[in-house]
Design a protein. Sequence first.
Length: 388
Amino acid sequence: MPELSDRTANFTDSVIRRMTRISNQYGAVNLSQGFPDFEPPQEILQRLAEVSKEDVHQYSITWGAQNFREALAAKITHFSGISVDPNKELVVTCGSTEAMMAAMMSVTNPGDKVIVFSPFYENYGADTILSGADPIYVSLVPPKFNFDPNVLEDAFRQKPKAIILCNPSNPCGKVFTRDELNIIAGLAKKYDSFVITDEVYEHILYKPNVHTYMASLPGMKDRTITCNSLSKTYSITGWRLGYTMANEEITDRIKKVHDFLTVGAAAPLQEAAVTGLKFGDSYYKDLQEKYTHKRDLFLRGLDDIGLPHTVPEGAYYIMIDISEFGYASDLEFAEVLARDVGVGAVPGSSFFREDENRYVRLHFAKKDETLNEALDRLSLIRRKIKYR
Ligand code: GLN
């Protein structure tokens, strides 16, 4: 057989998705890959049932159905104050996974440098390899996951084409403050770099934290490519509805990449999801309350068990510190946790550039009964996992 491509040789499959398969294999409560086990809003499901009888079964416009983009633009302006042209500045993609890849392909040439904060959502590593970019990692330092502005400026001195910013952040739950975002924006302007954001957890925040949109900061609209999705906000991760928002010149490039990668997101699902994009403020308030309740329930449970953990400001992930068990490999620990305790988690090392082995990530986007079952199982962790 001829040799396969170098570009696909240098990364593994997703550890997050692999842990879902391992959890299923052991019948574990799967708190690894972040997706809800509760239903999406009934209004959206109701509309989905209706659209099957409507004329929406062929391709939509490649960069997204007109009514979807218009509803999306209105929602974005409502929450961020950013005025967005639905025809020129939005591309509807197959999840924010495609949005991020299309953004990277549109702004970087092979060999360009891209700053990535560590810990980071594992897709960004593969995205840099697939687009041929060279990552420069800048640490978010536990326990607060702050960055050192001088270290960040050193990274910018290497003239990166872009910085990737996940805010609110997966996996560490950090919500970047306006001051921190201003530092990043100032450096992006000073060194003439793009900011590619991943803001899929924009509505999953815990008081008193608030979300600041990078593109809303002075002078940043033209150098920010915002990647986002409906997956987390409307509990529809399987629908694969994401989008990019950027100025017309950047969007023209993203449209081309998107067109040849996927042609478009599923037309009937776009039609059904318009219902969600038109929800009033109370939906988002309720979502925040629901997740605050789940976070508190889960943190209290972990405290009762005595497992040290991070406290997220946003998003729905917690990293627990597993150093007491003495494992050299968190991958091995995560497998033992799924097998012997019956809880699926993601090894922390899949998010860190640093040699970090002391965390596993759990998520709490689950029904209370699922979380309680996971906590019951975790309460036996010290009996079921042998210390090394
Ligand atoms: N963002 C989710 C996580 O980190 C899952 C994303 C995915 O698998 N596409 O677990």
